[in-house]
Design a protein around this ligand. Structure first.
Ligand SMILES: Cc1cc2nc3c(=O)[nH]c(=O)nc-3n(C[C@H](O)[C@H](O)[C@H](O)COP(=O)(O)OP(=O)(O)OC[C@H]3O[C@@H](n4cnc5c(N)ncnc54)[C@H](O)[C@@H]3O)c2cc1C
Length: 390
């Protein structure tokens, strides 16, 4: 089967690798002139690392990753509102580790493995239009025409393939701005940043930090609510003082990270999402990752869901059904789970930003309902459905 994947982000490369390992001839078309990822961190929970390991990436991922000992949600003043044991406990409970990685490291690992599996990459090739005549897909990029049996749109939140399948509606702005930065650990006071995925919360804002690249770097991202509009971008620099102003008076770890950011600014991105839609597939084309189900990053699952999608779409396409039916089966399998994850991410964002007493009450409910780990079994303990059947 000849498959074209539009988009060489984490979702597109994961799909290309999984498809190639299942025997497809895959070409990735990337719009940008270079393949790569933003200078930022990524949390990979066990549902994602389990699949990455199955694709043969365990040694390299463990080498570049950082396994936090816990995920701690704190009040801005420091009180722990909810703590989930990770480290060895995560691996034991969910059968795979919770790892934090630099995006560029994960991207480079996927790119090398996909290349070794025979995937062809073409950069500077935006998918512009495509037609499906029932027997195949013909698409155009930079004046060239390419034919394939299947087209997968892994082209992100502004997906061109999605516009063709579901209509050209733009993503919606959540009113929240993300302030991102990456700091060398050695530039911070020793021991100040706990070996944990930490979320500090306050009314209208929260701040996340964690180690990546084996502990060499600390990634941070603070979120504030109430903005009117802003462009969705991974490359827009913040203005001097903006991040410090937004988190003035927060915990010493937060202050130290902002102060240690080289240039003092970091980056600014507006957080966008879309309402869930079932229109992921038509004929021989289908969507995956942020193109299908973009979500705010408050459950750290966007890339994880793209990785799960990648496994599912390759499994369905490798089965006995014609591509159109296989893609419908893929979408039917994935819709419910990704919709639940989108809803949890949105709800987390709302809870993190509640005023103090309401936020404390929400986390007291979470603690009483079995604590940190049990409530995540459905998410982190995910096993692809076919593997549950004899
Ligand atoms: C601040 C922040 C923190 C996050 N933290 C986490 C986290 O900790 N864990 C997690 O799992 N997720 C996290 N996410 C979500 C995660 O980043 C995304 O869900 C994930 O990167 C989506 O991958 P993708 O491949 O679907 O899309 P993208 O990464 O957007 O890739 C799409 C690719 O398609 C290309 N493209 C676009 N149009 C075309 C076209 N017409 N033709 C060809 N190519 C095209 C683009 O150039 C790009 O390379 C976070 C998101 C944000 C904003």
């Amino acid at each position: 089967m000849k498959v074209i994947v539009a988009g060489g982000g984490i979702g597109g490369l994961a799909a290309a690798l999984s498809l190639a390992q299942r025997g497809a001839a895959v070409t990735v078309l990337e719009r940008a002139p270079q393949l790569g990822e933003a200078g930022a961190g990524l949390q990979l929970s066990p549902n994602a690392t389990r699949l990455l390991f199955r694709w043969g990436l365990e040694d390299e991922l463990r080498r570049v990753g950082f396994a936090p000992l816990s995920a701690d949600i704190r009040d801005r003043g420091g009180a722990v509102l909810l703590s989930t044991p990770l480290g060895a406990a995560a691996e034991q409970r969910w059968g795979a580790p919770y790892l934090q990685a630099h995006r560029a490291d994960l991207h480079a690992i996927l790119l090398a493995s996909a290349g070794a599996a025979g995937v062809r990459m073409q950069v500077d090739c935006p998918v512009e239009t495509f037609e499906d005549d029932g027997g195949g897909v013909r698409l155009r990029t930079r004046g060239e025409t390419l034919d394939a049996d299947v087209l997968i749109g892994a082209d992100g939140i502004h997906s061109q393939v999605r516009a063709a399948l579901a209509g050209p509606r733009p993503p919606r702005f959540t009113g929240q701005i993300a302030w991102r930065g990456l700091v060398e650990t050695q530039r911070l006071p020793a021991g100040l940043i706990a070996p944990a995925a930490t979320v500090w919360t306050a009314a209208g804002a929260h701040f996340v930090h964690y180690h990546v690249r084996g502990g060499e770097l600390v990634n941070f991202v603070g979120f504030t609510s109430g903005a009117r509009s802003a462009p969705e971008s991974w490359t827009e620099p913040a203005r001097p003082g903006e991040v410090a102003g937004a988190f003035d008076g927060w915990a010493p770890a937060v202050q130290a990270l902002i102060a240690a950011q080289r240039g003092g600014c970091g980056w600014r991105s507006a957080v966008h999402d879309r309402a869930p839609s079932r229109r992921w597939t038509r004929g021989r084309s289908a969507l995956l990752g942020d193109a299908a189900h973009p979500m705010p990053p408050y459950l750290a699952q966007g890339a994880g869901m793209a990785i799960e999608d990648a496994e599912a779409i390759s499994r369905h396409l490798a089965g006995p059904l014609p591509p159109q039916e296989a893609l419908r089966g893929y979408a039917a399998e994935r819709f419910g789970r990704t919709r639940r994850v989108q809803a949890w991410a949105q709800r987390n964002g709302a809870i993190f930003h509640l005023p103090g007493p309401l936020r404390q009450a929400a986390f007291a409910v979470a603690r009483s309902g079995g604590g940190g780990a049990a409530r995540l079994d459905w998410l982190y303990g995910y096993v692809p459905p076919s593997e549950l059947c004899p």
